[in-house]
Structures are given as C-alpha cells and as structure tokens.
Design a protein around this ligand. Structure first.
Ligand SMILES: O=C(O)C(O)[C@@H](O)[C@H](O)[C@H](O)COP(=O)(O)O
Length: 260
C-alpha cells in the first residue's frame, strides 16, 4: 500500500478546479492505456464541487464518456431521486450533462427499489455488481478502480465508515449496510476499507478549517478504527488534496510552512 502524498491548494475553489483537471488527465490516460476507465465518486460538498468544476472545464470533452465506469464509495439509503442521495447530486453536478453510458453508471440501490428497506440485501447486491465487473487481473471481488475519491468528515470518516463503528472493522465483505450513522441520514451503504484499498489510486478531499484536526490526526499515525481516513490507501498512490485551511494543523514535518 502506498504512503500518503499531500497537495495543498490556496482555497477550496482552486482545489476543486485542480482536482478536476487531475481527474480528467487520469481518465484520459487510463482510457489510452486500457480503452476504458473506472472512477469511484464520493458524496459531500467537495466531491460535488469537483464534479461541477469538471463539467465547466472545456477539457471535459477529452474524456471518452461512454467508456467510463462510475461507482460510488457510499450512498445515503433513501428513495430514488431523493435530493440527498449522492447519485442525485452527482447527476445534477455533472452526469446529466455528459454522454455517460447509463449501464456504466453503477448507482447504489435506493430504499424504494427491489430490496425495499433491506439495506443489507442492497449492500450485498452492490457487492455482487462489483464482483461481476472484476476480472482475473483484479486479484479479488472488486475492480482495480483507476481513481477512488473520498471526502473526509470532521470526525475522520470516509465513505460511510465512521470511527469505531462496525463498518470500519469489516475485513471480509466489500460492501456493508450502515445503521446509526452520526451524519444524517442514519442508514447508508458503504464500501469497506478492503474494497477501498483495491483501487489503484485513492484521493482524499478535504477543505476548510473544520477539517484541519481530522486531517492532522489521520496523517499522524492514527489507527484506522479510530480514524477511518488513515486506512484509505491506494495500491499505487494515496493522495490528499487539501486547501490551506484543512492543512493548517498538520505537523511541520509533514507540511512545513512556506519560506518567506
Ligand atoms: O454521504 C456522505 O456525506 C459522504 O460520502 C461523506 O463521507 C462525505 O464525503 C464527507 O462527510 C465529507 O463531506 P464534505 O465534503 O461535504 O465535507
């Protein structure tokens, strides 16, 4: 597993722009190498800002949209079309305005779908969808995503893996139902740390002073049960994309202050 690298931007707007540019390049490179690309999207404000910035970039047309698989790291278990669902927000921010192949947009199940309100069954179905997409070269029941993005919560949660809760302790299943999440809504579906760690690259996004403590804790050797973000690593790269406010409490050896 890779050691985290940091990139700090002036503010959250620039961070979203730069991360969008980075994602476009990454997708274009993966498509050139393998014919298609796979990206895991995150819910939250930073993830949505990145998608909106990508949609506003003229370079978005460099992406071969029909040959892109989109997955989600977590989902709020709500009815289809609910404005609080991560997929609804991603559609609004970007997906409705680009020619993605609907069959390659792998939304997590909704609470009014075929699994009803059985979030465990819904999670198992998503795990099966991931397993079906994995090939022999993937060494496991999850595809080797090119990029998996995660927002970071002020309590160091990523996806719907909250500190000390059962989901972050899961070592076998790739997808779990989450009950009693401290961030609303309480019922969610989430990839687990083993699923996250099957990605080639994991990008963690955090902006704002309210994230500074979480970022410092996760990058200072905390354990993944107490600080789930610390356990989110990519096989070949782990990248923390921050704004200056979110980086403001990092120890000096990790992020030295700029020289005058
Ligand atoms: O469903 C969600 O809310 C998430 O996927 C969650 O893990 C989110 O990414 C973080 O809470 C950061 O959110 P912000 O970027 O809004 O701070």
């Amino acid at each position: 597993m890779s050691t985290p690298q940091l990139v700090v931007h002036r503010d959250k707007e620039l961070m979203a722009q730069a991360a969008a540019a980075r994602l476009i390049t990454k997708i274009v490179d993966a498509q050139a190498a393998r014919g298609s690309a796979s990206v895991v999207l995150t819910g939250g404000r930073n993830g949505n800002a990145l998608l909106a910035a990508l949609g506003a970039s003229p370079a978005r047309d460099a992406i071969d949209w029909p040959h892109l698989d989109l997955w989600w790291g977590d989902e709020r278990f709500l009815p289809q079309g609910d404005p609080e669902r991560n997929v609804t927000q991603a559609r609004e921010a970007l997906l409705d305005s680009v020619p993605v192949d609907p069959k390659r947009v792998h939304a997590m199940p909704a609470s009014d779908g075929v699994y009803g309100n059985d979030v465990e069954a819904a999670g198992a179905a998503y795990a099966a969808e991931l397993a079906a997409a994995a090939g022999p070269e993937d060494h496991g029941p999850v595809p080797s995503f090119d990029v998996l993005m995660l927002g970071v919560g002020p309590d160091t949660h990523v996806a719907s893996l909250f500190p000390e809760m059962p989901a972050v302790r899961e070592t076998e299943r790739m997808v779990v139902g989450v009950h009693g999440a401290p961030k609303p809504p309480p019922t969610r579906i989430s990839l687990t740390l083993p699923a996250i760690r099957s990605a080639r690259e994991v990008w963690l996004l955090a902006a704002g002073a309210d994230k500074a403590k979480a970022v410092a804790i996760a990058l200072s050797g905390a354990g993944e049960i107490q600080a789930p973000a610390a356990g989110a690593r990519g096989r070949s790269r782990t990248l923390w994309l921050l704004d200056a406010a979110a980086a403001s409490q990092l120890p000096r050896d990790l992020y030295p202050p700029a020289s005058p």
